[in-house]
Design a protein around this ligand. Structure first.
Ligand SMILES: *Cc1c(COP(=O)(O)O)cnc(C)c1O
Length: 725
């Protein structure tokens, strides 16, 4: 392409294409695309929290026109748009080769939450983030993939900490006009409206379409003028309200979701339930079949052949249960459509259909009417087979039909900008891309390289990448995190007009071993565990030759006072104990905060009560940034850890009593920290480089990154579950 300015027609085309690209979340995992939006309005990029659609609204047409007349900028924009086109139209994909059947009849993936990006906060935690990463890799691989969820117009809550160090929740209204979503319209151009039966009412819903590369997500929304206020509010907040609200949301998701697919003429080859929230979809599939004349038994058997189920937690509260009164209250009209008695319905959600004592369990419903089911790590598979053995009492525990596929992350989405640039430079330097002369091809190649084992194997090679380069990158990422933390803490402090002044510019030490902990503050994750060894931690922190610092973040569920007390305790320590200055808590954990932390920290701490962390994914985001895991051998880490690629707390076992486990784990945590982590980090050679530490980073990159990603995970789902009956 020449460096002549674009013609008027070209500019008009380019503006229209930019708008299309802003409405496809593909840009959130493409570095060049992000830079374009950032360059259009650097301040807006920050203030609007990286919202491409809002940026395009902020920049006038005249300004855009003028900017695109700059030959260099215009050319770069056109190149990114070309990358986008190439991506969307590529026909030589994994999916077309290995799963062509799914392109015509896609996977319908139902999930109560999806976490894609910080501007669309409709996820509460790991379950949603996983669903988002699954969607992105389904797009990269090009398997036909449709997601179904709800449009929560107030999203998940924003967290602010008050004067008493107590978590406050507030909600902001999301404006679809300013988000990468568009209304689903019928032939006459009006919103497409569907109906579900809830209590004695017909409740209408409309839908929003979110483009995620080649994948499409539909978000159902009951905020329709013809609905009562109560029903309009069903899709207001992620997991908002009580059990009544919950069951009604799940009716919209499961039953409404299937009805939307029908209205759109989509014929899925498989329905994937991401956790029990969506399990009512099986009832709608049965209803359809019976309406066409099948018997209940036939309808159940056929439905079972169409569905697969993933369970995500052994924690009892993570499995929705509804009592008979509530089921009766929420579903009478639908029951009539099903032509079924309440007792028959209750039976489908019980392990023992005739046991009147049992409540209706969504996981049981999902498991009963799926052709295959899985947990999300090997250990979680085992634990789930034990947990649900009661449903298959005639079988041995090991023959309970629940397998496992270990979770992963979408690498290109999580990898921070400087790290992408770093690898990109490395790749071009190594001549790996010389066979692909065009830039568009090269960009796609990087995405493929990043998922290949061979690429990460090169991290073991000193000629490909030197210790010095890795160490410089680590310093850069740590500094970026610390500056981010200082900015955030300044804002937090200003809001509380803190009387004891902290010099924010000096807060945290860019040379210190930085330990991060961030996730939902569910109590089994034991955020404050390390402070059980308070005296010892103080000793560590007072060692000025080998400084250590801690950064915490995370939200507690609005009704989880115990989790909020954990937050309060940590913030209290950060302000009033000897740990002040070496311990901080960052407010409002979300995808953006997560990206800063998993890249900038040296150690990613994970100390759940085993075996309750089904997989965990935040530690997987650390690897490609050279951040090492220090974790209990639970979830993914139990299979990922090999003795050379990070640190283990304790061994592959756990005592039965909670008290014993907590005291043993906190002692082991402290032991690993002092005997292994700190000495290795501070063991420097004459050039000041921690060679042994960097060796471990290399091992983590070669052994973990190519395995614990959704590129591998979605292939596993496709081969093992989507394509086989
Ligand atoms: C990755 C991620 C999670 C999941 O973290 P776990 O360690 O698996 O609990 C939760 N929330 C956000 C914002 C994340 O990015």
């Amino acid at each position: 392409m020449s460096l002549a300015p674009l013609s008027h027609t070209e500019i008009d085309e380019t503006i229209a294409a930019l708008d299309r690209m802003a409405h496809n979340l593909w840009w959130t995992w493409n570095q060049g695309a992000q830079e374009i939006f950032q360059e259009l309005s650097p301040r807006g990029w920050q203030n609007l929290y990286h919202n491409a659609v809002a940026i395009l609204h902020e920049v006038s047409r005249d300004e855009l026109h003028a900017r695109l007349l700059d030959p260099d900028f215009g050319r770069r924009v056109r190149l990114v748009l070309q990358d986008f086109d190439c991506y969307m139209n590529d026909k030589e994909t994994w999916g077309r080769k290995h799963a062509p059947a799914l392109i015509k009849n896609p996977v319908a993936y139902f999930s109560a939450e999806f976490g894609f990006h910080e501007t669309l906060p409709i996820a509460a935690g790991g379950l949603g983030i996983l669903a988002g990463d699954h969607t992105k890799s389904a797009s990269d691989l090009d398997i036909g993939f449709i997601g179904i969820s709800l449009f929560y117009r107030e999203g998940y809550f924003q967290q602010q900490i008050n004067q008493d160090n107590w978590q406050m929740e507030y909600y902001t209204l999301l404006n679809p006009q300013n988000l990468p979503m568009e209304p689903v319209l019928d032939k006459s151009g009006q919103p497409l409206v569907g109906v579900v039966q809830i209590d004695m009412s017909d409740v209408s819903f409309q839908a929003w379409r979110v483009n995620v590369g080649r994948s499409i997500i539909y978000l159902l929304d009951t905020n329709r003028p013809e609905n009562s206020q109560h029903h309009r509010d069903l899709t207001r907040r992620v997991y908002g309200g009580d059990n009544t609200m919950r069951i009604m949301q799940e009716i919209v998701l499961g039953i409404g979701g299937v009805r939307l697919l029908r209205a759109l003429g989509i014929k899925p080859s498989v329905y994937h339930m991401n956790e029990g929230h969506a399990a009512f979809l099986t009832l709608e599939l049965m209803r359809e079949k019976m309406a066409e004349g099948m018997s209940l038994e036939q309808a159940q058997a056929t439905t079972k052949q169409q569905c697969i189920f993933t369970t995500h937690t052994p924690v009892e509260a993570g499995h929705d249960r509804f009592n008979k009164e509530l089921m009766h209250y929420a579903m009478p009209k639908f029951l009539a459509q099903l032509n079924m008695s309440i007792d028959d319905l209750m039976g489908m959600g019980r392990v023992d259909p005739r046991n009147e004592q049992e409540t209706f369990c969504m996981t049981v419903l999902g498991l009963k009417f799926s052709r295959a089911a899985n947990g999300v790590s090997e250990l979680h598979g085992e634990v789930s087979r034990e947990m649900w053995h009661c449903m298959w009492p005639d079988r041995k525990v090991n023959d309970v039909p629940i397998g496992s596929i270990t979770n992963g992350i979408h690498l290109m989405g999580w990898m921070k900008g400087p790290v992408r640039k770093f690898w990109q430079r490395k790749l071009s330097g190594a001549g790996a891309l010389s066979a692909n002369p065009t830039r568009a091809k090269a960009a796609i190649s990087l995405e493929v390289e990043v998922n290949s084992e061979d690429f990460w194997k090169k991290m073991d090679d000193n000629n490909f990448i030197s210790d010095e380069e890795i160490w410089a990158l680590r310093y850069k990422l740590r500094r970026e995190l610390i500056e981010f933390a200082r900015r955030r803490l300044l804002i937090q402090g200003q809001r509380l007009s803190q009387s004891d002044f902290i010099a924010f510019d000096q807060l945290l030490n860019p040379d210190a071993l930085t330990i991060g902990f961030a996730r939902r503050f569910a109590t089994y994750k034991r955020a404050p565990l390390i402070f059980d060894q308070f005296e010892n931690v103080v000793k560590l922190i007072q060692d000025t030759k080998r400084p250590v610092q801690f950064i915490f973040a995370g939200k507690a569920h609005p009704r989880d006072d115990e989790g909020k007390r954990y937050i309060q305790r940590i913030i209290h320590l950060s302000k009033y104990s000897e740990l002040k200055g070496n311990l901080v808590f960052l407010e409002n954990y979300d995808v953006h905060v997560a990206r800063q932390m998993v890249s900038g920290c040296d150690i990613w701490l994970n100390n759940p009560r085993r075996p309750l962390e089904a997989s965990g994914t935040s530690g997987q985001k650390a690897g490609c940034h050279g951040c090492l895991n220090l974790s209990i051998l639970d979830g993914w880490w139990r299979e990922g850890y090999d003795g050379t690629n990070g640190f283990a707390i304790g061994d592959d076992s756990h005592p039965m009593s909670v008290e014993e486990q907590d005291s043993r784990d906190s002692a082991n945590l402290y032991k690993t920290l002092t005997e292994q982590v700190i000495p290795r980090f501070y063991e420097r050679d004459a050039q000041g480089i921690p060679r042994a530490w960097i060796k471990m980073i290399r091992r983590a990159m070669t052994t973990l990154v190519p395995k614990y990603n959704t590129w591998r995970m979605v292939q596993d789902y496709t081969r093992k579950y989507y394509l086989t009956k």
